[in-house]
Design a protein around this ligand. Structure first.
Ligand code: HAM
Length: 422
């Protein structure tokens, strides 16, 4: 039997209901803030991610699904959404026509990581990108949207960690400081092989090495000293003031850099203990150089985040059974002779815009009632020989248990009217 690829999961119908709930709740939150949806393709030219996410990052070095198409073009299944969105923003000239954009996206991303609970090769993100402003209130708004999303999904226990990487120049200083404190022989020996080369090629990446040993070495040997310029320091303080004004709690963590090279100034992540090793539900930050680096004429500040839907589902707890939305009619039949009439009648109900369930094959009334329950039917109709003779059915309201006789040709209309009155 052919099985799904490792790290590529199926979402079965029971679970899909929770995905819908999360997506609907997110769209509601985005609507409150005026974010509009953008959809970009799942595959992009490989160079897009190398240039933006960064050549030395784990994502680009080890995790991309890259291949040549039949025309020998280098393609990559998108590992993240920010770079494609900035590409689309520039390709469609939004920088010239409507530079300030509040955008959101929901969709699959691909990273060839070792699969484990909460870490998949195809996973989905819900994210936002605000492009066209470098104001600190944007950072706070983006974080607020993320927190509101967690609230809408019912996630209560989490921690927001935030840090300031500074501008490009500041990051260079920070890299230099890291290099100085970690490249010295005795210290460098304690790092993993990857980090020993990272210290030379891209020292910031040492800070997000997943290896526990490297984390300890960094914390013992690198004490953050001043590297921020006045503007970046001021920006961050303003962001924190906005967060305070919104009543959003946070912890400042000087070791957060995030695993993508494009970040500048504010970076943040939300973690939850209930998730185990893969404890980051969502993360994001500001990327003030990326839009210009990718071709915009002027500097355009930008900031965004992405939440992993699978991790959000884990943080929300186990699946609730029977979460299908209630409503509609279930058509139960007694005896094969009446099935064709019931089948036609069910279709009429659907044509009037009301869901109508009917089982296939000769099933007992008991199992048909179970189907009605599963569907969360608001009404049931039982059709047997008598009903066919009379040309009318008994319509049973599953909430009030009231029953009424309704002619076949009035059934759809009657159900619509009853539902309208609610
Ligand atoms: P990221 O931190 O790489 O950021 O990913 C964001 C979230 O995606 C993670 O916190 C996690 O919940 C989820 N995620 C990442 N990898 C996996 C995986 N292999 N399996 C399951 N879930 C995963 C970004 O992607 C940035 N583009 C976020 C951003 C938007 N920054 C600015 N704007």
């Amino acid at each position: 039997m052919i099985k799904a690829l490792r790290g590529f999961n199926d979402v079965l119908p029971d679970e899909a209901a929770r995905w819908h709930a999360i997506e609907a709740a997110s769209r509601k939150v985005f609507g409150l803030f005026g974010y509009r949806e953008i959809r970009t393709p799942v595959a992009e030219e490989t160079g897009l991610f190398i240039k933006t996410v960064g050549e030395e990052t784990d994502i680009v070095k080890k995790e991309m699904f890259s291949f040549k198409d039949r025309g020998e073009r280098d393609m990559t299944l998108r590992p993240e959404g920010t770079a494609p969105i900035v590409r689309a923003y520039l390709e469609h000239n939004l920088d010239k026509t409507e530079p300030f954009q509040r955008l959101y996206y929901i969709g699959p991303m691909f990273r060839a990581e070792r699969p484990q609970a909460g870490r998949l090769r195809q996973f989905s993100q819900i994210g936002v990108e605000v492009i066209g402003s470098s104001g600190p209130s944007v950072d706070a708004e983006v974080i607020d949207v993320m927190i509101k999303l967690l609230g809408a999904a019912g996630v209560k226990k989490y921690e927001l960690k935030i840090n300031n990487l500074g501008c490009r120049e500041d990051k260079k200083k920070l890299s230099g400081l890291l290099k100085d404190s970690l490249s010295e022989g005795a210290v460098s020996k304690l790092l993993c092989e990857d980090c020993r080369s990272r210290v030379i090629s891209n020292p910031l990446r040492v800070l997000d090495c997943k290896n526990e040993g490297c984390k300890v070495v960094v914390r013992e040997n690198f004490k953050k000293t001043e590297f921020l310029c006045g503007d970046c320091d001021k920006h961050f303080k303003e962001v924190l003031k906005y967060l305070d004004a919104l009543g959003i709690g946070y912890v400042i963590d000087p070791y957060i850099v995030r695993g993508l090279d494009y970040y500048t100034r504010t970076v943040f992540e939300v973690t939850s203990d209930s998730l185990g090793a893969q404890n980051a539900i969502g993360a994001g930050g500001r990327y003030d150089n990326l839009v210009k680096d990718m071709g915009a004429e002027a500097d355009l500040g930008a900031c965004g985040f992405a939440i992993g839907i699978e991790r959000l589902l884990l943080a929300m707890g186990p699946l609730e059974k029977g979460s299908a939305p209630a409503g509609g009619v279930f058509m139960a039949t007694i005896g094969e002779a009446v099935y064709m009439e019931a089948f036609k009648l069910a279709d009429k109900v659907r044509l009037s815009g009301v869901a109508c369930g009917i089982d296939h094959g000769a099933r007992s009334l008991k199992s048909q009632m179970r189907s009605a329950d599963k569907m969360g039917a608001r009404f049931t109709v039982i059709i047997g020989d008598d009903e066919i003779t009379k040309g009318a059915v008994v319509l049973r309201d599953m909430t009030t248990k009231e029953q009424s006789e309704v002619a076949f040709d009035k059934l759809a209309e009657e159900v619509v009217q009853k539902l309208k009155r609610e």
